[in-house]
Design a binder for this molecule. Structure first.
Ligand SMILES: [Zn+2]
Ligand SMILES: [Zn+2]
Length: 340
């Protein structure tokens, strides 16, 4: 099996279009599983990685980290999975198991983070992938594969942050950006019982944002509405990656309130609001494996459903273009017809 050929789509240099890429599937280590991929979501992080925004991409690079598929092979040390099981795999495909963070169970913060991504050596825009079994999650049997795919990165990212920072159901929460992450953040925050304002630079998304469960909607380009929202929110969850007016946004946070960043936006702002109002700005990355499992059952229990547009994996470049140009409503999931 180690000489099995895999067909993926790779970027061969910074910012390039993906090309079909055939490679030998990596040899299976003792606690790894090989998964035949049926679905893979397209995340904005894939585009950042192709553009080497994080400075860690090696080429050829096969993106894709919202993976659903079936286990086809198991290493001898794998526990709790069997051939044919339907599993989801997110951004993290392994961990070092030795660092301070792994020992605390916060594996998403592993010090070896560059080597822990499921995209090393090659990710989910592909016919199969290899990952440590501890990061291959059995899916609820009634959850559609395309929904599960999106929950693997977008879902756990928003759930983990809300679970940490929504300290009471009475919180007033603003979700900035109604996209792949934002449309799920609204649904999860609703299930947590918060009063939610969706803030977006696309006024056309208003009706859908309210449909996802937002109580209010603000067009971020409407200066008067943003001004009226001064000191309104206990928590601002920022899922947008660009076009953000930071000082205007910081001004909407209550004193001692918090903004949590879930995307990777470039930030520049005058520190006056931050200091004068005792604000905190923090990032939040993914979630640990127990949080992932909890998120899957929470999503199922509360009927949280990503809005998905399916495309064949062969149209991956078209999918990336739509995500880049904010045309995805709200998450594109690539379907690997060959693997079904
Ligand atoms: Zn992602
Ligand atoms: Zn580690």
């Amino acid at each position: 099996m180690s000489t099995m050929k895999v067909l993926g789509y790779s970027a061969n240099a910074v910012g390039q279009k993906l090309e079909p890429f055939e490679y030998a599937s990596p040899e299976l280590k003792e606690h790894e599983v090989r998964v035949s991929i049926t679905h893979c979501g397209v995340c904005h992080t894939d585009i950042h990685a192709i553009d080497d925004y994080y400075g860690i991409t090696t080429f050829p690079f096969v993106p894709g980290h919202e993976i659903v598929g079936h286990v086809t092979e198991l290493g001898p040390a794998v526990i709790g999975l069997k051939e044919g099981d339907r599993v989801g795999i997110g951004w993290q495909g392994r961990s070092c198991g030795k660092c301070e963070w792994c020992l605390k169970g916060e594996t998403q913060l592993c010090m070896e983070i560059e080597n822990t991504t499921v995209m090393v050596p090659y990710g989910g825009f592909s016919s199969s992938v290899v990952a440590d079994y501890q990061f291959a999650y059995l899916l609820p049997s009634t959850m559609p594969s395309q929904d599960a795919a999106v929950l693997m990165c977008a879902g756990v990212t928003v759930y983990s942050a809300l679970r940490t920072y929504v300290t009471s159901p009475a919180l007033k929460v603003a979700i900035v950006g109604v996209g792949g992450l934002g449309h799920l953040a609204v649904q999860f925050a609703r299930a947590f019982g918060c009063e939610i304002t969706a803030i977006s630079s696309s006024p056309a998304k208003k009706e859908q944002a309210l449909g996802f469960g937002a109580d209010h909607f603000i067009d971020s380009n409407d200066i008067d509405s943003m001004q009226q929202a001064s000191f309104q929110y206990d928590l601002v969850v920022c899922t947008a990656t660009d076009g953000i007016q930071w000082e205007r946004l910081l001004n909407t946070i209550k004193k001692r309130g918090r903004m949590v960043l879930l995307g990777f936006p470039d930030m520049t702002f005058n520190s006056t609001n931050l200091v004068a109002h005792d604000l905190s700005v923090t990032g939040s990355l993914l979630g640990n494996p127990p949080t992932m499992r909890e998120m899957l059952s929470f999503a199922q229990q509360h009927g949280i459903t990503p809005m998905v547009e399916l495309m064949p994996m062969s149209k991956v470049n078209e999918a990336l273009r739509k995500v880049k140009q904010n045309e995805a409503r709200y998450r594109i999931v690539l379907v690997n017809e060959a693997a079904e």
